[in-house]
Design a protein around this ligand. Structure first.
Ligand SMILES: Cc1cc2nc3c(=O)[nH]c(=O)nc-3n(C[C@H](O)[C@H](O)[C@H](O)COP(=O)(O)O)c2cc1C
Length: 346
């Protein structure tokens, strides 16, 4: 049998019925109180019914100060967490697993989204460019002080606890794509001169402390961390000192007890970006690695067979094909993704 269709059974993560993963994708269809809606339940139910192994939800904002997008869900209150319970139940009923992606945008935001307060970041320099969410320049961030960081860690911890309490199989800490943790990891953004900036060790500190605090509060087999050392988001690039960063960061994530990594490259060619990162870190990571980006079935199979990936993520193909895993099993053609598909939640 094709490796993609084989279950993943491991002590370090909930069992998954096959190796297909729906990647985290923001859709912007939450209600005015940032809750999941019945339409969101149906959207995820359809992917689970199509036989996907694991669903990573769209980014779910951990606190009002962490937002940066229009109409995205939050998990800052019990009520917001409860709005996800029917999603989780529908997905479980159809035999799939589901993890909640926990999101802090940092400076990829504007006071319009953070209750009038400036967004927070590693730096006080605004991101370049215009925020397409409100057609304004990105907000000038408040540089987090060392005293303020534990408050942010607590937002992650409490959001993780709320997610697991409503039945999510796992949480995914979003440490990539230029959002808050990546604003510390990335030397192009992080201009600090304290213990959280400068050296590789210092730039990794915020992400490592976030992971450490979450792992102290919830079981390690319920935690995934998404990193994107090489990616396309407003430009194709690697962390400037990527090899040195990975040599430091990856073994430390392991020693903290993390066992599941999602190596993402956002909107990039996998082999130019994540594929390279995964070839570097696989020898350092005996745990689970998921990754992908528009891989063909043959490419996915080859990455799994080579032991580089344990699970394969697809994003846009899951928007276009709710039944992607069934199509993989039957050999049916895949519907190509079209940008117009972003406009509706089907
Ligand atoms: C509409 C859309 C929304 C996305 N939102 C998120 C998100 O909320 N969190 C995240 O980590 N990645 C997000 N991504 C990136 C995807 O998870 C994935 O890494 C990327 O689409 C590459 O995979 P693909 O080529 O298979 O689509 C988004 C991508 C798309 C297309």
């Amino acid at each position: 049998m094709s490796k993609i269709l084989q279950p993943l059974e491991t002590e370090v993560f909930p069992s998954v019925r096959n190796r297909t993963v729906m990647s985290a994708m923001t859709r912007g269809f939450a209600d005015a109180d940032h809750n999941a809606t019945p339409a969101i339940v149906e959207y995820y139910r359809r992917r689970a019914a199509g036989n996907v192994g694991l669903i990573l939800t769209e980014g779910v904002v951990i606190h009002p100060s962490a937002d940066g997008y229009n109409s995205v869900p939050h998990i800052a209150t019990e009520a917001q967490a409860e709005s996800w319970r029917p999603v989780v139940e529908a997905v479980h009923e159809a035999g799939a697993k589901i993890a909640c992606q926990l999101w802090h945008c940092g400076r990829i935001s504007h006071a319009d989204y953070t209750g009038g307060q400036p967004p927070v970041s590693s730096t006080d320099r605004a991101a370049e460019g215009i925020n397409r969410q409100n057609d304004k320049p990105y907000g000038t961030p408040h540089r987090l002080t060392v005293d303020e960081m534990p408050v942010v860690y607590d937002y992650f911890v409490e959001a993780a606890q709320r997610a697991l309490a409503v039945g999510f199989d796992a949480v995914q800490l979003h440490l990539g794509h230029g959002y808050l943790a990546d604003q510390f990891l990335d030397a192009r953004v992080n201009d600090r001169e304290d213990a959280y900036g400068g050296s590789v060790e210092n730039r990794c500190r915020f992400a490592l402390e976030t992971v450490e605090r979450v792992l102290a509060a919830v079981p390690a087999e319920r935690v995934i961390a998404r990193i994107s050392p090489s990616r396309f988001m407003g430009g194709l690039y690697d962390w400037p000192d990527m090899d040195e960063m990975l040599d430091y960061l990856i073994p430390r994530l392991w020693s903290l007890g993390l066992r599941v990594l999602d190596v993402s490259c956002a909107n990039a060619d996998y082999f130019q970006t994540s594929g390279r990162v995964i070839r570097k870190i696989r020898p350092m990571w005996p745990g689970v690695i998921m990754g992908g980006a528009s891989l063909t079935q043959e490419q996915a199979e080859a990455e799994l067979e080579a032991g580089l990936l344990d699970l394969v993520t697809w994003g846009r193909s899951f928007i276009a094909n709710p039944d992607l895993a069934d199509r993989i099993a039957s050999g049916a053609d895949w519907v190509p993704f079209d940008n117009a598909m972003r406009d509706t939640l089907v």
